[in-house]
Design a protein around this ligand. Structure first.
Ligand code: ATP
Ligand code: MG
Length: 445
């Protein structure tokens, strides 16, 4: 993409309404525009990151054996009357009437609808296990929408639902989700810690929230600092192997890590003092095993191998796709702007032409742009007729992890400069070597 032809409405001033750094940088970098409280347009740069995050979520869900579909945003109220939640949900639910005076709602989540789909088409244990998910906009009329996309009213969520014949299979689905989430967040450059959370009236240790540590997080969290060292990495996990998957979950959930809802002072104090941490975190996902709560209420049953008819075992599992943009920026920025991890960056690399209109500089930039494209890497080429300082400031603000700087002086010596946004370290090399370097970095992620 050539910046002269792109739509990147960068703001020079700090927007007064933004209280936290991620909101400020998303507005300044021209990623989002507020249209109403908690409702945003996704401008091209923000949209690219959103799509990138969605892509990673999809890839990891499919890898775990889960199946994508798409349910609508608008739902009939009657489905929610079946579960009893139409009355329970309260003012967070946006209720609408159509021209026939039928009651509808903008979905805050989809347990009822997915159960309706299941009961219409599945009746035998032979069709199980089954996990269906979608990535769809949700609406919750939050009392205090704030912090930009972190607590929106309209927000994008991945929500998945497992259907299993018995509790043991449903717990395997729960564990599969935990492992796939760990990999999802790691690919986004995040450390998201699974923490035991409150499962409400159902009880047991059957829900975990995934938290990214950040001073601006809304949740208070308590953990053993050793938990932050755990990494899934590139290890191959066989998602069909119950013991193996359970083993990974055990590794990540044995050390103490809890939200304030389930915090236990005595257990916490048993951790060696230097490892005892109290901090704040951003909830970027939650997994939940709830058994037959919805299947019983809505009559979703399956016939088992011995011929008996039982309500299907279920769980639901969410990732805050749009919130993740805010969480990643909170975890990765400096005083000049965003620092995107390679996994989610809107463009893999920026090209800065220090002297637009100089024949050699223009030709070298064009050459780099095309050579990168030939390797599947779409650079953002700053080809505007601007001062070098302004070009650097824009690149730093929008946070591309790598920058190639091209100027007549370097070219006279046959070199361009490759700079890491994270470390600020620059290295001179030939344009060919620069292309190879960037290609190598992205081949490894
Ligand atoms: P919270 O406690 O932050 O209100 P929740 O527990 O009600 O969230 P879930 O029902 O668990 O949310 O939804 C799954 C995920 O969707 C959450 O982990 C979070 O990342 C995201 N999410 C929930 N509410 C919002 C919101 N208002 N704006 C953006 N993302 C949200
Ligand atoms: Mg939650």
């Amino acid at each position: 993409m050539r910046l002269s032809r792109y739509f990147l409405p960068v703001l020079k001033e700090n927007p007064a309404e933004a209280q936290i750094v991620s909101h400020r940088y998303m507005l300044r970098a021209g990623m989002i525009k507020q249209q109403a409280a908690g409702i945003y347009s996704w401008l091209p740069l923000g949209y690219r990151v959103l799509k990138r995050i969605e892509q990673i979520v999809h890839e990891e869900q499919v890898r775990a054996g889960h199946i994508p579909l798409l349910m609508p945003t608008l739902q009939p109220a009657d489905l929610w009357r079946e579960s009893g939640r139409y009355d329970d949900y309260g003012q967070e639910m946006l209720r609408i009437k159509d021209r026939q005076d039928r009651e509808m709602l903008y979905g805050p989540t989809n347990e009822e609808m997915i159960t309706d789909i299941f009961r219409a088409h599945v009746s035998s244990y032979k069709d199980l296990p089954l996990t269906l998910y979608h990535i769809q906009w949700k609406f919750r009329d939050e009392m205090r929408p704030r912090f930009g996309v972190m607590r929106g009213r309209e927000f994008l969520m991945k929500d998945g639902y497992n259907f299993d014949v018995d509790r043991a299979s449903a717990l395997h689905a729960y564990n599969r989700h935990m492992v796939s989430y760990l990999r999802t967040y790691e690919r986004m450059g995040l450390t998201a810690i699974p923490m035991r959370a409150d499962s409400g009236p159902i009880g047991g240790d059957d829900t975990h929230e995934f938290l990214v540590l950040a001073a601006t997080g809304e949740s208070e969290v308590f953990f053993d600092s050793a938990v932050t060292e755990l990494k899934l990495g590139n290890r191959a996990v066989d998602y069909d192997n119950r013991d193996e998957v359970a083993g990974v979950c055990k590794e990540f959930t044995t050390l103490y890590a809890r939200t304030d809802e389930t915090h236990d002072e005595a257990l916490f104090n048993a951790i060696p003092e230097e490892r005892r941490k109290v901090a704040r975190g951003i909830e970027v996902g939650q997994i939940f095993y709830f058994g037959t709560k919805y299947s019983e209420a809505m009559g979703a049953t399956v016939v088992t191998a011995d011929g008996s008819k039982v309500p299907v075992e279920m769980g639901s599992h969410g990732i805050g796709v749009s919130r993740l943009l805010g969480a990643i920026i909170e975890a990765s920025h400096d005083d000049k702007g965003i620092i995107w991890p390679e996994g989610v960056t809107p463009f893999p690399v920026g090209i800065v032409n220090l002297k637009q209109g100089d024949g050699a500089a223009d030709a070298a930039c064009e050459g780099l742009y095309k050579a990168l494209a030939a390797k599947g890497l779409e650079a953002l080429y700053d080809d505007r007729d601007e001062r070098a300082g302004a070009k650097f400031a824009t690149m730093d603000l929008i946070g591309l992890p790598w920058r190639i700087t091209v100027g007549p002086r370097g070219l006279a010596n046959g070199v361009v400069e490759v700079t890491s946004r994270r470390t600020g370290v620059s290295e001179e090399m030939s344009p060919e070597a620069a292309v190879d370097r960037i290609a190598q970095i992205y081949a490894e992620i």
